[in-house]
Design a protein around this ligand. Sequence first.
Ligand code: XIL
Length: 399
Amino acid sequence: MADRKILWLCILAGAGFVWASADEVSGPDLARPEAVAEEVPLAPLKQAAGDAFLVGIAMDSGYRGRAADALSVRIASTHFNAVTPENSMKPMALQPEEGRFEFGTADRLVAMAEEWGAEPIGHCLVWHSQTPRWFFRGPDGEPVDRALALQRMRTHIATVVGRYKGKIKQWDVVNEAIDDGPRALLRRSPWLEAIGEDYIAEAFRMAHAADPDAVLIYNDYGIEERHKREKAVRLLRSLLDQGVPVHAVGMQCHWRMERPDLAEVEESIKAYAELGLQVMITELDIGVLPTHYSGADVGRQESMQGREAVMNPYRDGLPDVVAQQHAERYRQAFAMFHRHRDVIGRVTLWGVHDGRSWLNHFPIRGRTDYPMLFDRQGEPKPAFFAVVEALQPPIALAE
Ligand code: XIL
């Protein structure tokens, strides 16, 4: 295997390691680590992951008419072999008005991913958020009835999945259907209200009809933790019992430094695997800022209310000690994912670098967070090297 032939030369340089392939070993002066750092290109993350699982990134091909920034393009094309559109395939982006589909931005991202040899991922078809209100309004302005809601769902799914058939091989079909509270199984999504509990099964059947070869994912946040895992298992088991074509579970994994407990996450991976499902880590990030709200419902907002110093403590930079703790958490997470690589198909990071992370605005607007593997200048952080280390033994000599 090509990967095996690679001599990983690991040189401690400042904050982390520099990796080089066998071809590059003879070049730099090894007595001067700073010379190595300048001359040796960083080994791509996708190379470190090998065939364990795909490593993905979320981004868009442009934002409000602007092209994707060069930094994001460079990082994404070098290090990742899967690309999820962060916003451009959501119902609001693709069908802002009934029957008026806008595929420009999404098409560009799919083309970019193909150019880089990365798999474009579909996100997402049926969700309570970032979905225009017209989906749920009847012709008379009253709430839509079941038949019309199903018809609109079918048109949307058939058109979108059909357009990318054969190009997009994994779809987040239903996003965030599980309720956060202690009692109800399902969130009171407008889809639930319009169609009833079988809206989830219907969505998967429609997606399967549109592309029988696509891997269909149920995606949610918090289902890697116990309280939502039990509900997720109940929901997924019932779908599978009914013969619904659900193939994988997407654990979003929007994390903080202190939670969740990785042992709980590992339990969840095993529980989903026992159902016979593949597991995808679909939206990983690890924020370092304090928050009260620990979920990832995009509709939630908190305010700093004069507590800026406490709630936005790293405006001028991240202390090295925190960067190291952050790296250690990433290392442990990826070591655990790697242990379960037989059931994990993909690990996607939700944002290219710290400056492009949604956590700078969620759940509090206007903060400076540091959740990703690359900093605002696009430089790899200690977390990057920790992930590489977790994915590959430091020195694997050729056989
Ligand atoms: C987020 C995007 O990152 C933001 O840019 C946007 O403003 C709101 O949505 N769960 C999901 C993602 O499934 O689609 C969300 O993405 C983050 C939470």
